[in-house]
Structures are given as structure tokens and as C-alpha cells.
Design a protein around this ligand. Structure first.
Ligand code: NAP
Length: 270
């Protein structure tokens, strides 16, 4: 099954779950930037919401909004019992401290899974794990290599793979190229998230049954490209576009629906 097919099938299942809920889930998306890439991500999220019968509202702010104003707005929705989830679209304008904003969103409404005290995981790594499970890929005891150590992808990805009992190695820009080649050669699963078009290429040797999960999104004159060159000699390689981006979008609504189900369960117990 391709990722597109998997995502569309899972969306149908999620829609069925949404239809069993006593209240229509509400997601608030706050955007304060004018970045065209963010606009297209938000449009994707709104499109998914409409398909899943989820009430998603976009609040578009001016880029000169102050940190205080943004915090007050988030707090308003933290206190609004009709609102189930809040997303603040990144990147934020430079004068706003992203780490403060991430902590302002209630951990119980943090659909992006960024709050350190929350129970949900960031959407990209969680979406990847969900997909690997769906494909019945055995993770236990496998050598997993994560290239990139960002807080939203690389680090949480490594943690989730470790939770799956993989032997996890993390590489980054300071890893020596000769070492990276050795890690790649021994890897069963490679997750690459560095933002470098076609970085994984024929300079490296791959296990023939390796799996490459390509998180990278690089805008080129030929369109969107991943961090891995296309058609590497491995068992499975996720495409860009039509790969991890779709899994991330899906995981966002998986997270929102988890929040709603937990709320309903807790209300039942009162
Ligand atoms: P980021 O915050 O820019 O971090 C990039 C990471 O790559 C850093 O840890 C950096 O190492 C490492 N790196 C850079 N050059 C390297 C090299 N030559 N060799 C090894 N490691 C290198 O990136 P991010 O936010 O994780 O995003 C990474 C890519 O994934 C971007 O293309 C982004 O657009 C894409 N992305 C896609 C999705 C999706 O849903 N598909 C979601 C999120 C991100 P240092 O730490 O040493 O600097």
C-alpha cells in the first residue's frame, strides 16, 4: 500500500471515530507569519479537517503581533472548553520566543506534541512510527540511524525508535563523513531530516533490505525534493512529495482525536 493509500484509508477510519463523538472536535490554528510554505501547510490542515468533520478555525494575526498578545490569545483558548486543540504555526516572527509560546499552550490541547509535560508525541516522528507499524515492519533489535537532531524531528524520532527497542544512532552536521558512511552501511532503518536535497546518494552503501524514511522538504526549481536521491537501492524509500508530509498531517488529527476521546472518557467518569 502506498503512503497516499494508507493515509486515505486511515482518514476514513478517523472520520468514523469523529462521528461517534458527542461533540464536534474543535481545532484552533494560530498563524502569525506570511510564509507561503506555512500558508500551504495550513490549507492542507484545513482541508483534512473538513474531510474529517472537524471544526478547524484559522486565526490569522499580523506579523507585528506582540508576544504578550499572542500569549493572551492562546490563554483564551486554553480556558475555552469548546476548544479541544491549539496549533501555533511555526516559524514565528523573530521577536517572539518560540519556546515560551510552546509552553503557553495547555499540555492537554497541544496537538503538535511539543509540550514537555504532554502525553502526545510530535506529529512527524509519531506519523512515521504509525506508518512503520501499519507496514508490519519489525523494529525490535534493528539498527536505526537518525540523521538530524532537531527538537521537532530528529530527537523525538530517536526517542520513539528507542521505545520500539531499536539500536539508535543519531548523526548531525558535526559527524565525520567517514563515520556517517559506516553508520549508513550498517543501518536497517534510516530516518533523514536535514534539509539538504539529495544528500543520501550513491556515495553511500546501503543494506539491500534497508528502509529510508525521507523527512526532508527542499524546494527546488524541479519542485519538492527530499534529503535522499530518488530510487536508491533499498527495500523501501518514502517519496517526497507524497510521503512523510502526509504522515505528519495525519498524525496531527490522530493527536486531536486522542485528546477528544480522553476528554469524553474523563467526562464519563464524573
Ligand atoms: P533543522 O532544525 O534545520 O535541523 C537540521 C538538522 O540536520 C540539524 O540537527 C543539523 O545538525 C543536521 N544537519 C545539517 N546538515 C547536515 C549534514 N551535512 N550531515 C548531517 N546532519 C546535518 O531541521 P528540521 O526542522 O528537523 O527539518 C529537517 C528537514 O525536514 C527540512 O527539510 C524540513 O523542511 C523537513 N521537515 C519535514 C516535515 C514533514 O512533515 N515532512 C516536518 C518537519 C521538517 P546540527 O544540529 O549539528 O546543526
Amino acid at each position: 500500500m502506498t503512503i497516499k493509500e494508507y493515509v486515505s484509508c486511515r482518514k476514513q477510519q478517523l472520520k468514523d471515530v469523529v462521528n461517534t463523538l458527542t461533540k464536534v472536535p474543535q481545532l484552533i490554528i494560530i498563524n502569525a507569519n506570511e510564509d507561503p510554505a506555512s500558508k500551504s501547510y495550513i490549507n492542507g490542515k484545513l482541508k483534512d479537517a473538513a474531510l474529517l468533520n472537524i471544526d478547524a478555525k484559522l486565526i490569522q494575526l499580523e506579523p507585528n503581533v506582540t508576544q504578550e498578545q499572542l500569549i493572551r490569545l492562546i490563554e483564551k483558548y486554553n480556558d475555552d472548553s469548546n476548544c479541544d486543540g491549539i496549533i501555533v504555526q511555526l516559524p514565528l516572527p523573530k521577536h517572539i520566543d518560540e519556546s515560551i509560546i510552546k509552553l503557553t499552550i495547555s499540555k492537554d490541547k497541544d496537538v503538535d506534541g511539543f509540550h514537555p509535560l504532554g502525553t502526545l508525541n510530535p506529529c512527524t516522528p509519531q506519523g512515521i512510527i504509525n506508518y512503520l507499524h501499519h507496514e508490519n515492519i519489525t523494529l525490535e533489535g534493528k539498527n536505526a540511524l537518525v540523521i538530524g537532531r532537531s527538537n521537532i524531528v530528529g530527537k523525538p524520532m530517536a526517542k520513539l525508535l528507542l521505545n520500539e527497542n531499536c539500536n539508535v544512532t543519531i548523526c548531525h552536521s558535526k559527524t565525520k563523513f567517514t563515520d556517517l558512511k559506516n553508520y549508513v552501511e550498517n543501518a536497517d532503518i534510516i530516518v533523514i531530516a536535514i534539509g539538504k536535497n539529495g544528500f543520501l546518494d550513491e556515495r553511500f552503501n546501503y543494506k539491500s533490505d534497508a528502509i529510508i524514511i525521507d523527512v526532508g522538504i527542499n524546494r527546488t526549481l524541479e519542485g519538492l525534493k527530499g534529503d535522499a536521491k530518488e530510487n536508491l537501492p533499498v527495500k523501501l524509500q518514502t517519496p517526497v512529495p507524497g510521503g512523510v508530509g502526509l504522515l505528519t498531517r495525519l498524525a496531527l488529527y490522530e493527536n486531536l482525536i486522542k485528546i477528544c476521546l480522553t476528554k469524553e472518557k474523563n467526562n464519563d467518569g464524573i
